[in-house]
Design a binder for this molecule. Structure first.
Ligand SMILES: Nc1ncnc2c1ncn2[C@@H]1O[C@H](COP(=O)(O)OP(=O)(O)OP(=O)(O)O)[C@@H](O)[C@H]1O
Ligand SMILES: [Mg+2]
Length: 213
Protein backbone atom coordinates (compact mmCIF):
# COMPACT_ATOMS: atom_id res chain seq x y z
CA UNK A 1 0.00 0.00 0.00
CA UNK A 2 1.23 3.48 -0.85
CA UNK A 3 1.32 5.65 2.27
CA UNK A 4 2.71 8.84 0.80
CA UNK A 5 2.89 10.28 -2.67
CA UNK A 6 4.18 13.69 -3.71
CA UNK A 7 3.50 14.86 -7.24
CA UNK A 8 5.66 17.58 -8.76
CA UNK A 9 5.96 19.83 -5.70
CA UNK A 10 7.41 23.32 -6.04
CA UNK A 11 7.90 25.84 -3.30
CA UNK A 12 9.57 29.17 -2.73
CA UNK A 13 9.66 31.85 -0.07
CA UNK A 14 11.49 35.02 -1.16
CA UNK A 15 13.61 32.97 -3.54
CA UNK A 16 13.08 29.57 -5.26
CA UNK A 17 13.59 26.63 -2.92
CA UNK A 18 12.77 23.52 -4.96
CA UNK A 19 10.88 22.46 -8.08
CA UNK A 20 9.29 19.31 -9.45
CA UNK A 21 9.79 17.12 -6.38
CA UNK A 22 8.04 13.76 -6.74
CA UNK A 23 8.31 10.75 -4.48
CA UNK A 24 6.41 7.76 -3.21
CA UNK A 25 6.63 5.62 -0.09
CA UNK A 26 5.02 2.25 0.57
CA UNK A 27 4.15 0.49 3.82
CA UNK A 28 7.20 -0.75 5.72
CA UNK A 29 9.57 1.58 3.83
CA UNK A 30 11.74 4.45 4.97
CA UNK A 31 13.22 7.38 3.09
CA UNK A 32 16.15 9.56 4.11
CA UNK A 33 16.44 13.16 2.95
CA UNK A 34 19.87 14.71 3.15
CA UNK A 35 21.16 18.08 1.97
CA UNK A 36 22.96 21.17 3.18
CA UNK A 37 21.47 23.49 5.77
CA UNK A 38 18.90 25.83 4.25
CA UNK A 39 18.24 23.66 1.17
CA UNK A 40 14.58 23.20 2.10
CA UNK A 41 14.42 19.81 3.83
CA UNK A 42 12.25 20.95 6.74
CA UNK A 43 10.04 22.92 4.37
CA UNK A 44 9.51 19.79 2.27
CA UNK A 45 8.67 17.82 5.44
CA UNK A 46 6.07 20.42 6.39
CA UNK A 47 4.50 20.07 2.95
CA UNK A 48 4.58 16.25 2.99
CA UNK A 49 2.99 16.16 6.45
CA UNK A 50 0.12 18.45 5.31
CA UNK A 51 1.14 21.44 7.45
CA UNK A 52 2.20 23.70 4.59
CA UNK A 53 0.58 24.19 1.19
CA UNK A 54 3.12 24.17 -1.68
CA UNK A 55 3.03 26.74 -4.48
CA UNK A 56 2.52 23.88 -6.95
CA UNK A 57 1.90 20.15 -6.79
CA UNK A 58 -0.08 17.62 -4.81
CA UNK A 59 0.37 15.41 -1.77
CA UNK A 60 -1.50 12.17 -1.26
CA UNK A 61 -1.62 10.51 2.14
CA UNK A 62 -2.91 6.92 2.25
CA UNK A 63 -4.35 7.38 -1.25
CA UNK A 64 -6.20 10.64 -0.55
CA UNK A 65 -5.27 14.02 -1.94
CA UNK A 66 -4.86 16.19 1.18
CA UNK A 67 -5.99 19.35 -0.66
CA UNK A 68 -9.36 17.77 -1.34
CA UNK A 69 -9.93 16.68 2.24
CA UNK A 70 -12.13 18.57 4.68
CA UNK A 71 -10.58 20.27 7.71
CA UNK A 72 -12.10 17.79 10.15
CA UNK A 73 -10.91 14.81 8.16
CA UNK A 74 -7.42 16.28 7.95
CA UNK A 75 -7.23 16.99 11.69
CA UNK A 76 -8.29 13.42 12.39
CA UNK A 77 -5.71 12.05 9.99
CA UNK A 78 -2.94 14.14 11.56
CA UNK A 79 -3.95 13.08 15.03
CA UNK A 80 -4.30 9.36 14.38
CA UNK A 81 -2.08 8.45 11.47
CA UNK A 82 0.82 10.90 11.31
CA UNK A 83 3.68 11.06 13.79
CA UNK A 84 5.79 14.18 13.61
CA UNK A 85 9.12 14.63 15.32
CA UNK A 86 10.30 18.18 14.73
CA UNK A 87 13.71 19.78 14.90
CA UNK A 88 12.53 21.66 17.97
CA UNK A 89 10.69 19.28 20.24
CA UNK A 90 7.24 20.54 21.03
CA UNK A 91 6.72 18.88 24.40
CA UNK A 92 4.27 20.30 26.91
CA UNK A 93 6.63 22.31 29.05
CA UNK A 94 4.76 22.31 32.37
CA UNK A 95 4.37 18.53 32.38
CA UNK A 96 6.60 15.64 33.26
CA UNK A 97 7.97 13.36 30.55
CA UNK A 98 5.48 10.68 31.56
CA UNK A 99 2.55 13.11 31.46
CA UNK A 100 3.55 14.06 27.92
CA UNK A 101 3.29 10.39 26.92
CA UNK A 102 -0.02 10.03 28.76
CA UNK A 103 -1.53 12.91 26.78
CA UNK A 104 -0.41 11.31 23.50
CA UNK A 105 -1.81 7.95 24.59
CA UNK A 106 -5.12 9.49 25.62
CA UNK A 107 -5.56 11.45 22.39
CA UNK A 108 -5.01 8.39 20.22
CA UNK A 109 -6.65 5.71 22.37
CA UNK A 110 -3.40 3.88 23.01
CA UNK A 111 -1.51 2.84 26.12
CA UNK A 112 1.83 4.19 27.34
CA UNK A 113 4.47 1.61 26.41
CA UNK A 114 6.81 1.06 29.38
CA UNK A 115 9.08 -1.18 27.33
CA UNK A 116 9.63 1.66 24.87
CA UNK A 117 10.53 4.05 27.70
CA UNK A 118 13.12 1.57 28.94
CA UNK A 119 14.57 0.94 25.50
CA UNK A 120 14.94 4.67 24.94
CA UNK A 121 16.81 4.89 28.25
CA UNK A 122 14.55 7.54 29.75
CA UNK A 123 13.01 5.50 32.60
CA UNK A 124 15.04 7.29 35.27
CA UNK A 125 13.91 10.76 34.19
CA UNK A 126 10.36 9.88 33.25
CA UNK A 127 8.79 11.72 36.20
CA UNK A 128 10.86 14.88 35.79
CA UNK A 129 9.51 18.02 34.16
CA UNK A 130 10.58 18.15 30.52
CA UNK A 131 12.28 21.52 31.13
CA UNK A 132 14.68 19.74 33.51
CA UNK A 133 15.78 17.25 30.86
CA UNK A 134 18.85 17.45 28.63
CA UNK A 135 18.37 18.11 24.89
CA UNK A 136 18.97 14.45 24.05
CA UNK A 137 16.56 13.28 26.76
CA UNK A 138 13.87 15.64 25.47
CA UNK A 139 14.50 14.30 21.99
CA UNK A 140 13.96 10.74 23.21
CA UNK A 141 10.75 11.74 25.04
CA UNK A 142 9.54 13.27 21.74
CA UNK A 143 10.27 10.00 19.96
CA UNK A 144 8.46 8.01 22.67
CA UNK A 145 5.52 10.38 22.46
CA UNK A 146 5.19 9.98 18.70
CA UNK A 147 5.52 6.17 18.77
CA UNK A 148 2.94 6.00 21.59
CA UNK A 149 0.39 7.27 19.07
CA UNK A 150 1.09 4.27 16.81
CA UNK A 151 1.20 6.37 13.62
CA UNK A 152 1.12 4.81 10.13
CA UNK A 153 3.54 7.40 8.82
CA UNK A 154 6.38 9.06 10.74
CA UNK A 155 8.00 12.37 9.78
CA UNK A 156 11.24 12.80 11.67
CA UNK A 157 13.32 15.94 11.21
CA UNK A 158 16.81 15.23 12.55
CA UNK A 159 15.40 13.15 15.41
CA UNK A 160 18.85 12.09 16.57
CA UNK A 161 20.55 15.48 16.18
CA UNK A 162 21.22 15.78 19.91
CA UNK A 163 22.24 12.17 20.48
CA UNK A 164 25.63 10.47 20.57
CA UNK A 165 26.31 7.92 17.83
CA UNK A 166 25.53 4.82 19.93
CA UNK A 167 22.21 6.20 21.18
CA UNK A 168 21.34 7.39 17.65
CA UNK A 169 21.88 3.86 16.32
CA UNK A 170 19.69 2.43 19.08
CA UNK A 171 16.94 4.90 18.23
CA UNK A 172 17.22 3.95 14.55
CA UNK A 173 16.82 0.29 15.52
CA UNK A 174 13.64 1.15 17.43
CA UNK A 175 12.29 2.98 14.36
CA UNK A 176 13.17 0.05 12.09
CA UNK A 177 11.42 -2.46 14.33
CA UNK A 178 8.41 -0.18 14.59
CA UNK A 179 8.13 0.15 10.79
CA UNK A 180 8.41 -3.60 10.23
CA UNK A 181 6.01 -4.49 13.03
CA UNK A 182 3.30 -1.95 12.13
CA UNK A 183 3.90 -1.78 8.37
CA UNK A 184 4.37 1.95 8.84
CA UNK A 185 6.51 4.34 6.80
CA UNK A 186 9.08 6.97 7.75
CA UNK A 187 10.50 10.09 6.14
CA UNK A 188 13.73 10.94 7.92
CA UNK A 189 15.70 14.15 7.52
CA UNK A 190 19.24 13.61 8.72
CA UNK A 191 22.80 14.85 8.34
CA UNK A 192 24.05 11.43 9.44
CA UNK A 193 25.12 9.32 6.44
CA UNK A 194 25.11 6.12 8.51
CA UNK A 195 21.48 6.63 9.46
CA UNK A 196 20.58 7.53 5.87
CA UNK A 197 22.22 4.36 4.57
CA UNK A 198 19.90 2.28 6.74
CA UNK A 199 16.78 3.64 4.99
CA UNK A 200 15.06 1.94 2.05
CA UNK A 201 15.65 5.06 -0.14
CA UNK A 202 18.03 8.02 0.03
CA UNK A 203 17.38 11.42 -1.50
CA UNK A 204 19.46 14.57 -1.61
CA UNK A 205 18.01 18.07 -1.76
CA UNK A 206 20.38 19.77 -4.18
CA UNK A 207 20.31 22.43 -6.89
CA UNK A 208 16.65 23.12 -6.26
CA UNK A 209 15.33 19.61 -6.53
CA UNK A 210 15.29 16.23 -4.83
CA UNK A 211 17.48 13.56 -6.40
CA UNK A 212 17.57 9.92 -5.48
CA UNK A 213 21.13 8.89 -4.55
N1 LIG B 1 8.12 30.39 6.97
C1 LIG B 1 9.16 30.82 6.26
N2 LIG B 1 9.16 32.07 5.72
C2 LIG B 1 10.20 32.50 4.97
N3 LIG B 1 11.30 31.77 4.72
C3 LIG B 1 11.36 30.53 5.25
C4 LIG B 1 10.30 29.99 6.05
N4 LIG B 1 10.63 28.73 6.41
C5 LIG B 1 11.85 28.50 5.89
N5 LIG B 1 12.29 29.57 5.19
C6 LIG B 1 13.57 29.67 4.45
O1 LIG B 1 13.66 28.60 3.54
C7 LIG B 1 14.98 28.09 3.49
C8 LIG B 1 14.95 26.59 3.75
O2 LIG B 1 14.63 26.37 5.12
P1 LIG B 1 14.47 24.92 5.71
O3 LIG B 1 14.15 25.06 7.14
O4 LIG B 1 13.51 24.14 4.88
O5 LIG B 1 15.95 24.32 5.47
P2 LIG B 1 16.60 22.95 5.95
O6 LIG B 1 17.12 22.27 4.73
O7 LIG B 1 15.65 22.20 6.81
O8 LIG B 1 17.85 23.44 6.82
P3 LIG B 1 18.52 22.82 8.15
O9 LIG B 1 19.38 21.67 7.70
O10 LIG B 1 19.34 23.95 8.67
O11 LIG B 1 17.45 22.43 9.09
C9 LIG B 1 15.78 28.89 4.50
O12 LIG B 1 16.53 29.86 3.82
C10 LIG B 1 14.73 29.52 5.38
O13 LIG B 1 15.13 30.77 5.87
MG1 LIG C 1 15.64 21.73 8.83
Amino acid sequence: MTLLKAISLSHHFDYPLFEDVSLSLDAGESMAIIGVSGSGKSTLMHILSSLLHPIKGDVELFGNNVYRMGDKELVKLRRNDLGMIYQNHYLFKGFSAYENLEVAALLSNQAVDLGLIERLGIERVINQKVTELSGGQQQRVSIARVLTKKPRLIFADEPTGNLDHTTAMEVMEIFEEYLAHHQAGMVLVTHDETLASRCTYRYRMQEGTLKQV
